[in-house]
Design a protein around this ligand. Structure first.
Ligand SMILES: Nc1ncnc2c1ncn2[C@@H]1O[C@H](COP(=O)(O)OP(=O)(O)O)[C@@H](O)[C@H]1O
Ligand SMILES: [Mg+2]
Length: 378
């Protein structure tokens, strides 16, 4: 349906109700600067994740968007309206926060009805909406149970249904899947994502779990020490991190410091030891110092070729079987340690600890994190 409510600027208000903008927002607790001046822009209908280690300021930021904390400076806009000083219940935002757990004395249906009762919805409409919400999260059979008689996953689904039952354009979730065991968490990640798409609800989720962020998000804001380190789509952040923190926090990585030289027609990363590694680098990077990264899964191990010496060789320091992958730590001839993660497989050739292998990768897998032409001096 097309909205008639359109601003002179051409912004369609109805379809933009879920746009969230955080403008230079900061939060100070005494001496602690929990959130340094931060700006985020999230489009209506996007699934955005704030990803960072414990204590990085994620919850504080989310609470300011929800209205549970007042920013020390800056402004928050939801649907292009300034809500910086608007009370949480007037922000039209649903939330799944740990401290707002299900009401233990109410049934599942009672929990779901509550936000609608608060908004003065007629009883008949409430009953209808609760029925729909129960179906949506596949809990119709459990409407009369108390939360304590539900499994962890079921409780999470009720909390989610309660957060969206009044059809807010924005949903906020703070580590809401963290307490579930691994398998259930993985199922819920997909379930929440499907529901989010179906409802077209802008969602801002907080997590310290990088896999969860990669699996669920349209856009990830990587946060450390109260500041956004990098913003991007999951794959862009994973393959093109802009600093060592992002490279290390989002997945595992081998970070290498050196400088870029032109080898035999091809650029190479030259380590302080003199070892030369194949890299794809722009012409502007030749002759500059550089910090580079290669993901463990991009490093291939193979037997030494019969007809020529291997270009790069590594000795296995440690080999660990992880089921779907191996973790192989290699010591290169100059002493550099590299982690390789070959995929598992019964018939796969892999050297044992103490043995040697040819080490190779596609040059494009060794990526520049920073060099002077990117504005970051290595
Ligand atoms: N109410 C508070 N009073 C004082 N310090 C706080 C308060 N809430 C959070 N902090 C501090 O702010 C920083 C960020 O906390 P938080 O936003 O909870 O991080 P995260 O959610 O990323 O783990 C931490 O150093 C934390 O101790
Ligand atoms: Mg937190």
């Amino acid at each position: 349906m097309k909205s008639k409510e359109t601003l002179a600027s051409g912004i369609d208000l109805a379809s933009e109700r879920g746009a969230v903008e955080v403008r230079a927002v900061s939060k100070r607790y005494g001496q602690t600067e929990a959130v340094r001046p931060t700006s985020l822009s999230i489009q209506s209908g996007q699934f955005a994740t704030l990803l960072g280690p414990s204590g990085s300021g994620k919850t504080t930021l989310l609470k300011m968007i929800a209205g549970f904390e007042e920013p020390s400076s800056g402004a928050i806009l939801i649907g292009h309206q300034d809500v910086t000083h608007v009370a949480p219940q007037k922000r039209n935002v649903g939330f799944v926060f740990q401290q707002y757990a299900l009401f233990p004395h109410m049934t599942v249906a009672g929990n779901l009805a509550y936000p609608l009762e608060m908004r003065g919805m007629p009883r008949r409409d409430i009953n209808h909406a609760v029925g729909e919400a129960l179906e949506m999260v596949r809990l119709s059979q459990l409407a009369n149970r108390r939360p304590s008689d539900l499994s962890g996953g079921q409780q999470q689904r009720v909390a989610l249904a309660r957060a969206v039952i009044f059809r807010p354009p924005v949903l906020l979730m703070d580590e809401s899947l963290a307490a579930l065991d691994k398998r259930l968490r993985e199922e819920m990640q997909i379930e929440v994502r499907n529901l989010q798409r179906e409802l077209k609800i802008t969602t801002i989720a907080v997590t310290h779990d990088q896999t969860e962020a990669l699996v669920m998000s349209d856009v990830i804001f990587v946060i450390n020490e109260g500041a956004v380190q990098q913003v991007g789509k999951p794959a862009d952040l994973y393959y093109r991190p802009e600093n060592e923190f992002v490279a290390g926090f989002l997945g595992e990585s081998n970070v290498l410091h050196g400088h870029i030289e032109l080898g035999v027609g091809e650029p190479e990363l030259v380590l302080p030891s003199g070892m030369r590694l194949p890299i794809e680098a722009p012409a502007a990077a030749i002759g500059t110092s550089a910090v580079c990264m290669i993901r463990p899964e991009a490093i291939d191990l193979s037997p030494f070729p019969a007809d020529r010496p291997p270009k790069l060789r590594g000795q296995v320091v440690q080999r660990i079987f992880c089921g779907d992958t191996f973790r192989v730590t290699l010591r290169m001839s100059d002493g550099t340690l590299l982690l390789s993660k070959p995929i598992g497989g019964n018939s796969r050739w892999l050297p044992d600890a103490g043995e040697e292998a040819q080490v190779s990768w596609h040059p494009s897998e060794l990526t520049l994190i920073s060099h002077p032409t990117k504005g970051t001096r290595a």
